[in-house]
Ligand binder design. Structure first.
Ligand SMILES: [Zn+2]
Length: 97
């Protein structure tokens, strides 16, 4: 398994420069006990990013960036999807109403 330091793009301002640790997709043994017997299965883990820094460009917090990457870590979502996602998070999109 290769885990590397990577520079990723900020989902909020679309500039790169955020330090993250990248974990590629890999199989991981997962053991479970079924009626007294231990069974080991290989489960597939998706690639993941572990954000290490705030955004140096727009100041987005690493936990926000991490939350974003947990949901979508390959491509930046379209504007509509992004709005939809913000709505689901319960953030107010229109102020002053
Ligand atoms: Zn940013």
């Amino acid at each position: 398994m290769i885990t590397g330091k990577a520079e990723v793009r900020c989902p909020f301002c679309n500039k790169s420069g955020i330090v993250a640790f990248y974990k590629p997709p890999h199989r991981e043994p997962s053991s479970s006990r079924i009626s007294g017997k231990s069974v080991t299965k290989q489960i597939m883990k998706d690639e993941s990013y572990h954000i290490q820094s705030d955004c140096p460009n727009c100041g987005a917090k690493k936990k926000d960036i991490q939350a974003w990457y947990n949901g979508s870590f390959v491509e930046l979502r379209t504007h509509e999807e992004r709005l939809e996602r913000l709505k689901k998070r319960g953030l107010p999109l229109i102020l002053g109403t």
